[in-house]
Design a protein around this ligand. Structure first.
Ligand code: DGJ
Length: 757
């Protein structure tokens, strides 16, 4: 039974295959948190929390003669403010009287089959029998509010989800100032924070820091989950490595302003509070109204960061991404952006498509510049009719011609934005977010549409559904190229202005929901100037997201490895582009660019006409390899074989099919050194008793100083090694020379007769 209520002990326990989460309904009605960690089937773990009297830590009214009972020191499930806990609250509000805070007490609970859903918000889902829901309702007597805490228990997936619904069952309005998705108190132990930070063209680099006493925060106020601070965080034991150690993962399903506070309190207990960023939020809740806090997924493992990542990847692929494309083979694409920016017409595009098709590319994506007066980023956003000079006759003749080549046709859009120079802005200046009386800040010459307004979403739905109906479009790249400033909605009264950022996100989700539901066959890719909105909320609607505008393969290794801490490879948009690279000026061998890009949703961002015949031939070879290894890469588990923050001279990662029958090792040297012993790695995820044949060795780099002797793959191919040898004794590649050499080695499990199993 995944959810157990013990009426005598007043405990509620959530069990997944390998973890237990337990809470206690206290004598005062407060809901205390007892434990989250490796599975223990004890009915009560209350013994591990020893209440003790601490000065300046107040006692609830009913326990005022028990000075050891304090909300300030006991671990809690969903702490309020101004009622005895001075740590970061999960819920904060101000009532009509001006009274601040809440004192939440248990009212009732319910255990339900299946997974709860959240109206208007992305939320993990489950098939029958895959999940159960625990709903615990707390009440605040002073305001009459009810807070429903929701727990989704995915037993086999070893994951929990949490969300909260605030219902105003009182008689007067309240203003919610903070509504967290979850609070997780970790009362014992020493911990570090692993977070994914960055900037435009350098998203999601992993950083691990010791927790200091006090509060540290991971947050965005940019109106998007951001390039700068991804909402995912992990709390990890200092000794945790890729293969062992305790780790908690917290994965918000939210794409707007988020904040996770991690507080180390007076007793070194760690509190994690995650949800909508309260800095830019409030919500006016009238009697009878409800507010839904976005969901966050939660997991624990003592198997190290690698195990944490694999759990999250599987969960995202199975329970968060809802597009039918998640299980379909996605085409290798070529995108026009780095190849031609705004400078194209249908003739050039068709040439581009023909050349790409001859190399085996399956889809042509027409990026920015196809609509309105869009010849630069100065104008046109908002006017979603094809530019007649570039595309005479519109999109259809082009998409028909591309389809006739046997390719799919994809299109770039940026629905949430408008240029000042556009017909849309001329007709509806009030649809853009601007503060009355103040000139707005611009970003990439554009303003942000007020997506919180129903008529804006309605207009965009009409425009884009017509385009999708008539344009012969198989794929959409949904971009967002600036962050939000001047957040003020003409449609909201003064007391609701701080709702605008969250209403914006609800509008974006609404539009995504309507378009993806109306056009389930269309493959959607998210994008925000690269990976500025790469989060689990967006993945609910778009099965893949463009990882970064930095296509330099060496930079991409750090970006994609960091991204892989939480997000699966099948979600990472990654393309081969030309060298010297447009973002860094660095040159990396074509083959290595392929190794890195095919560790994602593979594609190209270049003009085949500008390549040498050798390079064109390499494209054919890469596409052929990607197709042959598709299931291993896209449906397998991804293991990071080198440490995230300090990989050393080379970075290595491996894909293994769920049945352990095939594996693919990838190695890229980022720092070539003289006299090197060669890249030695221990593979993971194989069957130790199984025998694996080295099937194919593809090498980019040389083994001698005159740079004329590529690694002799044939000498390695065909060799049979046991899974135990490969995992415990390891595998060594000869030292490779040159700039950024790399290799791919594929393994296949064979039977005693050498045949593939
Ligand atoms: C930012 C995206 O990340 C790029 O790939 C490209 O689509 C440009 N926007 C187009 O404006």
């Amino acid at each position: 039974m995944p959810i157990i209520y013990d009426a005598a002990l007043k405990t509620l326990s959530l069990h997944t295959q390998n973890t237990t989460y337990q809470m206690l309904i206290g004598d005062t009605g407060h809901l205390f948190h007892l434990y989250f960690g490796r599975r223990v089937d004890a009915a009560s773990l209350a013994y591990r929390i020893i209440p003790s009297d601490r000065g300046f830590s107040p006692n609830p009214f009913e326990a005022r003669y028990h000075r050891e009972i304090s909300l300030d020191t006991l671990p809690q499930e969903y702490p309020g403010a101004n009622s005895g806990d001075f740590r970061v609250p999960a819920l904060d509000l101000i009532g009509e009287s001006g009274a601040v805070g809440t004192d939440l007490r248990y009212l009732r609970h319910e255990i339900r089959a299946g997974k709860y859903a959240l109206s208007g918000l992305p939320a993990a889902f489950a098939e029958a029998g895959e999940a159960e829901t625990l709903s615990v309702t707390l009440g605040d007597a002073a305001t009459g509010l009810e807070v429903e805490l929701l727990y989704g228990v995915f037993e086999a997936a070893d994951m929990l989800t949490r969300a909260a619904i605030i219902r105003n069952t009182g008689t007067s309005a309240v203003t919610l100032d903070r509504v967290a998705s979850l609070c997780l108190d970790i009362p014992f132990g020493k911990w570090e924070l692993l977070h994914l930070h960055g900037r435009h063209c350098m998203e999601r680099n992993a950083e691990r820091v010791p927790l200091m006493r006090g509060i540290q925060t991971v947050s965005s106020r940019r109106g998007a989950s951001s390039h700068h601070h991804n909402p995912f965080v992990a709390i990890v034991a200092p000794s945790a490595t890729e293969t062992r150690g305790e780790c908690f993962g917290i994965l918000p399903l939210y794409s707007g302003n988020h904040r996770t506070d991690i507080e180390v309190d007076q007793t070194d207990s760690v509190r994690v509070v995650s949800g909508i960023n309260p800095d830019t939020f409030s919500w006016y809740l009238k009697p009878g109204d409800s507010f839904f806090a976005p969901e966050a997924a939660l997991c624990f493992t003592d198997g190290g960061l690698g195990d944490l990542s694999i759990r999250l990847h599987r969960f995202i692929r199975r329970h968060i991404i809802r597009s039918p494309w998640k299980d379909r083979r996605r085409p290798v694409l070529i995108n026009s952006w780095e190849a031609m920016l705004f400078d194209f017409d249908s003739e050039r595009l068709l040439r581009f498509a023909k050349q790409a098709s001859a190399l085996g590319v399956g889809m042509m994506v027409l990026d920015d510049g196809w609509f309105g007066a869009r010849n630069s980023d100065l104008e046109g956003l908002g006017d979603w009719t094809p530019n007649a000079a570039k595309l005479p006759g519109g999109l259809r003749p082009l998409s028909d011609a591309v389809h006739a080549l046997g390719m799919k046709f994809g299109l770039w859009i940026e629905p949430e934005m408008v240029n000042e120079l556009s017909a849309l802005y001329a007709a509806h200046p009030d649809w853009a977010l601007t503060v009355p009386g103040r000139n707005p800040a611009f970003g990439r010459n554009q303003l942000v549409l007020d997506m919180g307004r129903g008529e804006v979403v309605e207009h965009l739905f009409t425009v884009f559904s017509a385009l999708l109906r008539d344009g012969g479009i198989d794929y959409i790249k949904w971009d967002m190229n600036r962050n939000m400033t001047d957040v003020y909605s003409c449609a909201l009264p003064p007391e609701r202005q701080r709702e605008a950022s969250h209403r914006y996100m609800l509008g974006v989700y609404d539009l995504l929901d309507r378009l993806t539901t109306a056009f389930p066959e269309v493959l959607f890719e998210g994008c925000a100037g690269g990976g500025g909105r790469f989060d689990a909320g967006m993945l609910y609607y778009t099965p893949q997201i463009w990882c970064s505008d930095d296509t330099d393969a060496i930079e991409r290794i750090a970006i994609q490895q960091g991204t892989s801490v939480a997000y699966p490879v099948s979600a990472m948009g990654a393309h081969v582009s030309v060298c010297p690279n447009q973002q860094t000026g660095r040159s990396v061998p074509f083959g290595v660019r392929g190794i890195v890009a095919m560790s994602g949703t593979f594609g190209y961002e270049l003009d085949p006409a500008q390549l040498t015949e050798d390079e064109r031939q390499m494209i054919r070879v890469q596409i052929d390899r990607f197709h042959r290894w598709y299931d291993v890469i896209q449906c397998g588990d991804c293991h990071r074989l080198t440490e995230l923050e300090d990989p050393g001279d080379f970075t290595a990662w491996e894909f293994v099919t769920p049945d352990k029958s095939r594996a693919l090792l990838n190695v890229v040297t980022v720092h070539t050194r003289a006299n090197h012993p060669g890249a030695h790695v221990r593979l993971r995820g194989l069957d130790p008793m199984g025998m694996y044949r080295i099937d194919e060795v593809c090498c980019e780099g040389c083994v001698n100083p005159s740079m004329d002797a590529p690694l002799d793959g044939a000498a390695l191919e065909g060799r049979v090694l046991s899974g135990a040898s490969l995992m415990y004794a390891g595998f060594t590649l000869p030292p490779l020379m040159g700039d950024y050499p790399g290799a791919q080695v594929s393994f296949v499990r064979v039977g005693p007769d050498g045949g593939i199993l």
